[in-house]
Write a protein that binds this ligand. Structure first.
Ligand code: GLN
Length: 532
């Protein structure tokens, strides 16, 4: 491969969190790709966990899993959905990982004689991880997690300040996302938070080159001029990042505002005009959807939509292909333990039980699955959803009344879902599950095969427990179809039942590989079946 002179775009965030820095970084990537530029995207996260794998989804949202089994920040999901990048462990750097490395080096004696400090040792470690992606693509977009002003982000900001000094402004660009609120009482958009946020950056030696202003309406030229004046910028470098209903419209809005032009001009890169047709087509399509479909998602983390980010998007991708407006009804699995499934699931055209950890709500999930199975409602189980579906089948079809998973606190003689020998020896919790891409072979004439249209597939995993091989025969005899297995036949990857509209569960997480322009085959078929 030709070694490239990779240029860097650093994306920082100001004022407050949740302004959509991840989405903005992904959309910058999409616009650059539309011009034929090769990119990579990296996220630098300021927390001390080595990765988000051990964090509660309520705190941090979904854990996104890459092919190589990295448990990463959910923003990496945006990066893969909006661009063609293939991400891996090196695309997500955390403070935990950086300190881990520096402390190991210190113990090894690599710094003999020196006092190990944040500057230069921690910052050098960060810089080396940013440079790890050098030479591979034309541009590397680097998103800094957190908000400017946080204590935790300081070493990262110092690191990117140094990189800019090393590479010069034609090779390293600072994009800063801020907030321009509309104050209804004054009838005005306010620029002060942006001015302060830029001041914070200036204090640590960073002059942003481009401001992305998150706001609910387009900024007038007057207002842009005012922001530009106070923040030492040209007016063209002040870009509206307007709220949208359809996130796939963001690349188009950024382009209309001239963002890609100004980025490329600053980095002195000349390209063809962008081909944005696929974005235009998808947005036009979404605005004209005809049918309606309601999917019930029975889970535990339903108060925070970010906990099921990829799942949420994958359902939307599938509904676009089905020319259908989607409404997702999130149902708390614990509520299903108090109330009848009919009452809570009424009106759902399809029922989905997603992944999850810990036994809270297990019985509610099982009763939702029983309801879907017995009432011929399309059902899709993912990871924990497969495990619960197999337990439901074992209890209610195979008459193994105490069928259980070892993840439950309830003791049982029949662990239909169990921990494998290899997992038993593992003591620590971080990064020790079955993680990342694994192959699977599908039975011809199965629902799974007809969705993928091929027998050999591979999908991403993130779980500790498996269907217990001791019960495979018994389950099969009672009619459970083990339609996808690991190549050696020991691990169950997909299950189905006969004589049902559509009933399929998988041990892997297909949602991580769904794209707006090509829905994942299983999601596509599930939504299609739900529409019928
Ligand atoms: N808790 C289950 C396991 O560890 C399922 C995990 C998941 O749904 N991702 O096997």
């Amino acid at each position: 491969m030709r070694k490239r002179n990779t240029k860097f775009i650093f994306v920082t965030g100001g004022v407050m969190s949740s302004l959509g820095k991840g989405l903005a970084s992904a959309c910058i990537g999409a616009l650059l790709e539309a011009r034929g530029i090769s990119i990579s995207i990296q996220k630098l996260d300021p927390y001390i966990n080595v990765d988000p794998g051990t964090m509660n989804p309520y705190q941090h949202g979904e854990v996104f899993v890459t092919d190589d089994g990295a448990e990463t920040d959910l923003d990496l999901g945006h990066y893969e959905r909006f661009t063609n990048v293939k991400l891996s462990q090196s695309n997500n750097v955390t403070t935990g990982r950086v300190y881990n490395e520096v402390i190991s080096k210190e113990r090894r004696g690599d710094y003999l004689g020196q006092t190990v400090q944040v500057i230069p040792h921690i910052t050098d470690e960060i810089i080396s991880r940013v440079y790890d992606l050098q030479g591979k693509t034309d541009i590397s977009i680097v998103e800094i997690g957190g908000t400017v002003g946080d204590i935790e982000s300081l070493p990262y900001l110092e690191a990117i300040r140094q990189i800019r000094t090393q590479l010069g402004k034609e090779n390293a660009l600072f994009v800063h996302l801020t907030y321009v609120p509309y104050i209804a009482a004054a009838g005005e958009l306010k620029t002060k938070p942006t001015q302060h946020s830029v001041k914070d950056l200036l204090q640590i030696g960073i002059q942003p080159d481009i401001l992305l202003c998150r706001t609910d309406r387009f900024l007038s030229n007057e207002l842009k001029k005012k922001i530009a004046l106070f923040c030492n910028l040209n007016v063209e470098s002040v870009v509206t990042a307007k709220d949208v209903d359809i996130i796939y419209e963001v690349p188009l809005i950024f382009h209309k505002e001239g963002l890609d032009d100004i980025i490329l001009e600053s980095l002195k890169i000349w390209t063809k005009e962008p081909d944005l047709s696929k974005w235009e087509n998808i947005v036009t399509k979404i605005k004209k959807l005809k049918n309606n479909v309601t999917i019930g998602v029975v889970g535990k983390y339903i108060d925070l939509k970010d906990a099921y980010k990829s799942l949420h998007e994958a359902l939307y991708h599938a509904s676009y292909e089905a020319n259908s407006n989607l409404s997702i009804k999130y149902i708390d699995s614990e509520d299903l333990e108090q109330s009848s499934p009919k009452k809570l699931l009424e009106g759902c055209d399809g029922i989905l039980v997603p992944g999850g950890f810990g036994d809270r709500g297990f019985e509610g999930k099982i009763s939702a699955i029983q309801y879907a199975r017995e009432n011929n409602i399309p059902f899709f189980g993912i990871c924990l959803g497969l495990q619960m579906a197999v337990i439901e089948f074992a209890r209610n079809v195979c008459s193994i009344k105490d069928a259980q998973t070892r993840e439950s606190k309830k003791r049982s003689k029949n662990y239909i879902i169990d921990i494998m020998e290899s997992q038993k020896k593992i003591g620590s919790k971080g990064g020790t599950m079955r993680l990342g891409q694994y192959p699977c072979e599908l039975k011809k004439s199965s629902l799974a095969y007809s969705a993928y249209k091929k027998a050999k597939i591979s999908e991403r995993h993130r779980h500790r427990y498996e269907v217990n091989p001791k019960y495979h025969e018994k389950l099969k005899k009672s009619g459970l179809i083990l339609s996808g297995l690991s190549p050696d036949g020991t691990l169950v990857e997909t299950v189905e039942i006969k004589n049902h509209k559509w009933f399929l569960a998988c041990q892997f997480h297909p949602e991580f590989k769904s794209k707006p322009f090509s829905a994942h085959p299983l999601f596509r078929e599930f939504v299609k079946a739900s529409l019928k």
